[in-house]
Design a protein around this ligand. Structure first.
Ligand SMILES: Cc1cc2nc3c(=O)[nH]c(=O)nc-3n(C[C@H](O)[C@H](O)[C@H](O)COP(=O)(O)O)c2cc1C
Length: 169
């Protein structure tokens, strides 16, 4: 698929079929994730690939907005022990967001569907996800990406708004 088509076709998909996502496809998604840029190339990310049905069920309860049933979720976490020092540490959020968008675009390219569900900065949700994944405080879950074979197909669309663009010439 042409990149431009992928960009317009990428929509949040929240309904999935029962079909599982193959290991090969999961690997493709992780390669896409780690192709992303990161500040000083720190790559302060960790990816938790969840296919365990009990854990998926628990992740659904992480927040009010994560009640989504899928056979696969990738949880993108910032690893603070790999982040830049001091105030620059916050760049982990941008780094992990870039990785997340790469996953979403590759999802679309592969004919899969996904939705990005934010966890950070919701304190309670962060704690819940840490408990579910059994990870330490040095890791901050940024989001849950629920992924699967789509059972709905939101329309491709262009959200371009001229008035939001400011040329400084
Ligand atoms: C940071 C972030 C957090 C989001 N959190 C949720 C969420 O918790 N639950 C959900 O269903 N969708 C969530 N979304 C998806 C947005 O609702 C969706 O991207 C937006 O409505 C635009 O629709 P589109 O993705 O189809 O273009 C989130 C998206 C982003 C970027």
């Amino acid at each position: 698929m042409e990149l431009k088509e992928v960009l317009l076709k990428r929509r949040s998909v929240r309904k999935f079929t029962e079909e599982t996502v193959s290991d090969e496809m999961i690997e493709e998604l992780l390669h896409a994730a780690m192709s992303g840029p990161s500040a000083c190339n720190k790559k302060p990310w960790e990816f938790y690939v969840v296919t365990n049905s009990q854990k998926l069920q628990e992740l659904k309860e992480a927040s009010m907005f994560t009640k989504i049933s899928s056979k696969l979720a990738i949880v993108v976490c910032g690893n603070l022990s790999r982040a830049l020092p001091m105030k620059m540490a916050e760049y982990w959020i941008q780094d992990c967001s870039a990785a997340t968008e790469n996953i979403l675009l590759r999802v679309t390219d592969l004919g899969l569907g996904a939705v990005w569900c934010g966890i950070h900065p919701q304190k309670k949700a962060i704690e819940k996800v840490r408990r579910i994944l059994d990870i330490s405080e040095s890791q901050v879950p940024l989001n849950l990406i629920f992924i699967g074979h789509p059972a709905e197909e939101p329309e491709a669309r262009d959200q371009y708004e001229e008035k939001r663009v400011h040329y400084i010439k």
